[in-house]
Design a protein around this ligand. Sequence first.
Ligand SMILES: C[S@@+](CC[C@H](N)C(=O)[O-])C[C@H]1O[C@@H](n2cnc3c(N)ncnc32)[C@H](O)[C@@H]1O
Length: 221
Amino acid sequence: MKVQMHVLLAQLTTQIFFSIITIPLLIPQIARVSVTRLFISTCFGRLYGNRYQSVIDSFQGRYGLAMAAGLARVKEIAGKSVSLVADCGTGTGFVTKQAAAEFPQATFVALDILPGMLRQAANNCKDLVRKAFFVQADTFALPLADQSVDLLLVQNTIPYFAEFHRVCRPGGMIIYVDTSAGWIANLSKRLVEKHKLFAKVISERVDLGFYVLAQKAGEAK
Ligand SMILES: C[S@@+](CC[C@H](N)C(=O)[O-])C[C@H]1O[C@@H](n2cnc3c(N)ncnc32)[C@H](O)[C@@H]1O
């Protein structure tokens, strides 16, 4: 019973925290200032880093539900044409593993600003992802060529859509997920639409969280 209370409290705290910080992070003028990036990488990397797996565990299997729904939608739209996937702010590699199960033929580039997180991700993915590269990078300046990526995955980290749009190929897609702020699914969609970068924006509330799926204009492969 004591353990149950502890888990519930951790889940509630995480939900409140993500709900508060998600909205401002969707506004480019706030997201791109270096103080915001320092704050996020300090919270999620240096402070939470070694404990992030316990945050995932506190969701008791519900952590990946919104991303799973987004990935299923991409599979419906793009089928097997997804060959290069970038997981931006990979953390423990949770999303890379999840997406590799859906797109086993794809090559993955898992990026994180903190080397310690990349080590965890590489270790967690080693037996489950066929082809993956783990790269230290700031998602505001991705070391990826223009229009090169089929699918970008961004979960519980800062979404900087202008940079994602740059590296996304025509017809390519982005899934942005927050695992615990479902109540702002529609607001998030409207904020993404406001950037006017994407031809099509879909959003859905899933369990505790939501996903926003944005597709770039142009011919799919
Ligand atoms: C809350 S964790 C989420 C990890 C993973 N996406 C998941 O859903 O499990 C956020 C991750 O984003 C990384 N991060 C924060 N700011 C970043 C930035 N500007 N560029 C790249 N990674 C960043 C942190 O180091 C951390 O590993």
